[in-house]
Design a protein around this ligand. Sequence first.
Ligand code: GLU
Length: 440
Amino acid sequence: MTTTRFAPSPTGYLHIGNLRTALFNYMIARKAGGTFILRIDDTDAERSKPEYEEAIKEDLTWLGLTWDRLEHQSSRLARYQAAADELRAAGRLYECFETPTELDLKRKKQLNMGKPPVYDRSALALSEAEKEKLRAERGPGHWRFKLDHERIEWTDGILGPLSIDAASVSDPVLIRGDGQFLYTLASVCDDIDHGITNVVRGSDHVTNTATQIQIIRALGGSVPEFAHHSLLTGPQGEALSKRLGTLSLRDLRARGIEPMALLALMARLGSSDPVELRTSLDELIAGFDISRFGAAPTKFDEADLLPLTARYLQGLPYAAVADKVAALGVPDDLAERFWLVVRDNINVLDDMAAWWQLFRDGATPLVDDQDRDFVAEALSLLGDAPYDGDTWGAWTAAVKEKTGRKGRALFMPLRKAITGRERGPEMADVMALLQKKPTL
Ligand code: GLU
C-alpha cells in the first residue's frame, strides 16, 4: 500500500518550502488511497520544542492536510540503538574521534589541493589501543557509516535517472559523540518500519538519499521511490532561504491568505500544469502528477497569493461564510445579500468588516468642493433608511430631474459621498444594505 510521510523537525514554524514537501507527500498518499504519516523528527532534544510540534499540527490542520498516523522519533531510540548494533556487527559503523576543528582543517587542505572534501577514513586505521586512548582523552567518539564505494543509482520521480559515486561522498555520521542518533539513521529505520513506499523531499536531500539507499540495504529494508523537488526561489530567482522566516504558514494565515489559494498555487507551481483555483483538495489531488514537475528552481512570488485568495472568495457561497458574517453582527435577513455584494470587493475575508462598518455606521464622505451643493441637494431628496433594491434607481431619477445632472457626473459624487470610496459594489446594492441615511 502506498505510504508517505511528512517529517518536519519541531525546531521552528512551517514555511512555504515545507508546505510543498508536505503537500506532495499528502497528495501521493491520498491519490493512491494510501496512508499519510506525520512524523516528528525530534531526536535533537535541545532544539525540538513541543510548541513547535503543536504549531506544525495547527498549520497542517488549517490547510486540511490531515494525517492518518502520528510518529515521534524520540520514542524510537531503542530501535535506532538496535539498528546501530546491527550495522556495527556487520562492520558498517566505525568510531571516529576528530574534532570539528580537525575535520575543518582536513577539508581545507583537500580543497587547497583541488580534491573533493571527503572524509579520509583515517579512523578506520586506528588500533583498539589507540581508540581507548582517544576515548580517555576526548570522550566517546562519533560513528560513521562505511559506504561501499560503488555507484549508487536510482530513478528519481522528478529528476529522472540519478547516479552518485559513493567515493565522492563522506561516510555519513549516524551517531554523535554524545550518543544522539542523527536524522540519517533515524529516518532510514522509520522509513523501513513504517513501510514508506514513496519519499518526496527537497533536492537538498539528494546526497542523503544516495547514502540512505546503502543504509536501507545494509539493514535489509526495501528502497522506497524517491522524488526530489526543486527548491523555491524568490520571483527574481534569488535564494529564499533567508526570507523563509517571514514566509511561515502562520504569517500567511495572519495576512488573510486562504488555504485553498495557497494549496492551489503550491500543488502546481513548478510543474507544466497551469495553476487552477479549485474548491477542494480532492480536485487538486485528481490533477496532481509528480512527473510533471521539473528540476529547475521554482520561482515563488507571494504576491500571487492575494489575487488567488480574492478569486477564491468571489466563488464562495454564503453558506461557507455564514458564521463569519453573523459574527460581524450582520442581521440575518441581510446576511446573504451582504456576502454576495461584498465578496467581489474584498481581497481577504477580514476586509468584510470594513464594509459592514460602512453599511452600519456610514462612511466618512468623500466630496469634492464643486460637488458639495449638488450632494447636499441630492441627499435632501432621499428619505430615511432602511432602503431596498429599488431605492437607488428611484432616488437618482429624482435627483436627475431636479438638478439636470446625469451619468458619471451624477453617480460618482454620490458614490464617493456615501461610501467614501471611488470603487465598490453596485450602488443599488449599497443602498439596500445601508442602515442609516447618509449625511455630509
Ligand atoms: N526532518 C528532515 C527534514 O526536515 C526530513 C527529511 C526527509 O524527508 O527525509 O529535513
